[in-house]
Design a protein around this ligand. Structure first.
Ligand code: SF4
Length: 360
């Protein structure tokens, strides 16, 4: 299997994309980039990485940062748990290893958010540790090169693909080799149209030899999509609106801000839902008014249609429970809070309302 490294490393040296995190082997830069790249495309990550590194140039700066600032810089990248784990892990590393990030798998394995992929990616790239990685691109390349006919994403297939990734690692340049596998999957060995004619592994690839590219690996099973109808409410009290922060143990969007929103009950009108949602989630009572906008977005397997209504505060006081905290803010202040992508669409509308539209 040294044949793979002999073919792949020269190809990587000649063809890899120049990306900002490839400038150095600094473990902090490698780590931040790899966390951002989980579940996210390279193109989406580049500007986030640049901004994040400008704000937090090293692990000490990240550890000392306020979590709201970290979430704000992550806003729009999604999977915010990654940012919270990265921040918590930075604090732990600065406390335990203040001099430098350690070349020690046991230390990294104990950190929040560090699974086998991050461990292998950081330590192989930063310290040339001979540790494998498996993600969507390298999984596809390995399955095809070996002609693996099971599903490498599940059960025994998962164990197989990690063993395969380990078995092909060269003794030196393991980090470059791991990156080369991913880069080949991204640039050449694509899911539906692999360019085998231009592939450095063409002459050792079983899928290419046997014409199995379409069936290896087997296509992912389609997720069952569930439609959900939600109402969100912009509650006005004079020129200010009610903005709420999710608690740290919320199911998603922990510690991020939003206007109250929830699923519409069966047989409930949007106006009825709006009044109920504000009362149940915040303790404030409100009278629903006109519809402001409809935002469609997806969360895991849910296709959510969020209808947002304006409302006027009628009484009541905010009480903690569903939300950890609330503030009455002006639209101009909304830009300073970390919010999810659909909420940012709404905030943008509130901050820059279309001409001749009165929002409160
Ligand atoms: S030869 Fe084709 S299927 Fe095999 S690794 Fe290269 S691009 Fe993928």
């Amino acid at each position: 299997m040294s044949q793979l490294a002999d073919r792949l490393l020269p190809w990587f040296d000649a063809h890899h994309r120049p990306l900002p995190w490839r400038d150095s082997r600094d473990p902090y830069r490698v780590w931040v980039s790899e966390v951002m790249l989980q579940q996210t495309t390279v193109a989406a990550v580049v500007p986030y990485f640049t901004r994040f590194l400008a704000a937090f140039p090293d692990v000490h700066a990240l550890a000392a940062a306020d979590e709201q600032q970290v979430l704000k810089l992550w806003e729009g990248l999604g999977y915010y748990r990654r940012a919270r784990h990265l921040h918590a892990a930075a604090k732990a590393l600065v406390a335990s290893h203040p001099a430098a990030l350690p070349d020690d798998p046991a230390v990294w394995a104990d950190l929040p958010g560090v699974g086998r992929y991050i461990l292998g990616a950081v330590l192989s790239q930063a310290f040339d540790r001979k540790l494998p990685i498996v993600e969507a691109n390298s999984l596809r390349v390995l399955a095809r090169v070996f002609g693996y006919r099971g599903d490498p994403r599940e059960g025994a297939g998962k164990a197989w693909v990690w063993e395969a990734a380990e078995s092909v690692l060269p003794d030196r340049r393991a980090g470059d080799f791991n990156q080369a596998l991913m880069e080949l999957g991204a640039l050449v060995c694509s899911p539906t149209k692999p360019r085998c004619g231009g592939c450095p592994l063409a002459d050792v690839c079983v899928a290419n030899r046997d014409g199995l590219q379409v069936v290896v690996p087997p296509p992912k099973k389609a997720k069952e999509i569930v439609a959900v109808r939600e109402v969100g409410v912009v509650v006005w009290d004079g020129p200010k609106l009610l903005l709420c922060r999710r608690p740290p143990d919320a199911a998603r969007w922990q510690n991020m801000w939003e206007v109250p929103h929830a699923e519409v009950g069966e047989g409930e009108s949007d106006e009825e839902a709006a009044a109920r949602i504000v009362r149940e989630l915040t303790g404030v009572t409100a009278v629903a008014g006109e519809e402001l906008t409809t935002i469609r977005h997806g969360v895991t397997r849910y296709a959510i249609t969020l209808t947002v209504l304006a409302a006027t505060r009628a009484g009541g006081r905010f009480r903690r429970g569903f939300y950890a905290e609330a503030k009455w803010v002006t639209p101009a202040e909304l830009t300073g809070f970390p919010v999810s992508a659909p909420q940012r669409k709404l905030m943008t509308l509130l901050t820059h309302p279309p001409k001749q539209r009165k929002l409160f």
